[in-house]
Design a protein around this ligand. Structure first.
Ligand code: ADP
Length: 179
């Protein structure tokens, strides 16, 4: 399901037709899961370009190293030329502006996701009216999946392969075994 709110006062119809439709899919992706992969693959036909943007916080170290997370995401989409990858620090809407992206893509699993995301999307809209947040409902089979559950599984050296994209599941298993 797709929920788009275009404001006719700020985005004129002829401009929408002309502009390249670039969406940013931001997250910590620590690690990227099959739920994230599904959202991106379903968004590919809707946009000219999807940028998967790993938010980096210099104060907070992730579980998996940033470079590893990026490498694994790249491996997942080697078959899709319209998907790009970036690491950014700072506000997501500033990153969107720098990259000429007018769409922010977010996945919704539950009503609590919705409440959390609604506040952020409405604040973003007040800060930059030209950026539209597009919400995509997760597939039912992914609605209980989160990166934090995957981290919990691997922390106890159990097998989380089925919850991450096939493209790097073996790499992740090796990474965890060597830890
Ligand atoms: P953040 O730190 O921004 O919450 P995440 O990496 O956890 O980053 O998630 C990035 C985006 O992916 C968010 O929009 C989140 O709602 C969505 N997402 C997370 N897990 C899933 C899932 N299992 N299925 C679909 N979307 C998901």
């Amino acid at each position: 399901m797709l929920l788009v709110t275009l404001d006719p006062k700020t985005v004129k119809e002829e401009n929408i037709m002309l502009m390249k439709k670039i969406a940013v899919f931001p997250g910590s992706f620590d690690p990227f899961t099959v739920g994230h992969e599904s959202i991106v693959r379903r968004a590919i036909p809707l946009f000219d370009e999807v940028i998967i943007a790993i938010g980096y916080n210099s104060q907070k170290q992730g579980f998996f190293p940033l470079e590893t997370r990026l490498e694994w995401i790249k491996k997942t989409f080697t078959d899709v030329p319209s998907v790009r990858f970036e690491v950014y620090e700072g506000l997501t809407i500033d990153f969107c502006t720098k990259n000429d992206a007018h769409f922010l893509l977010r996945g919704l699993r539950t009503s609590s996701d919705f409440e959390y995301e609604r506040a952020i999307a409405q604040m973003n809209k007040m800060m930059n009216e030209h950026i539209e947040t597009v919400f995509m409902l997760t597939m039912p089979e992914h609605s209980s999946l989160s990166s934090s559950i995957v981290r919990e599984i691997v922390r106890y050296k159990s097998d989380a392969s089925k919850f991450v994209p096939h493209a790097f599941a073996a790499d992740m298993k090796r990474f965890v075994d060597d830890k």
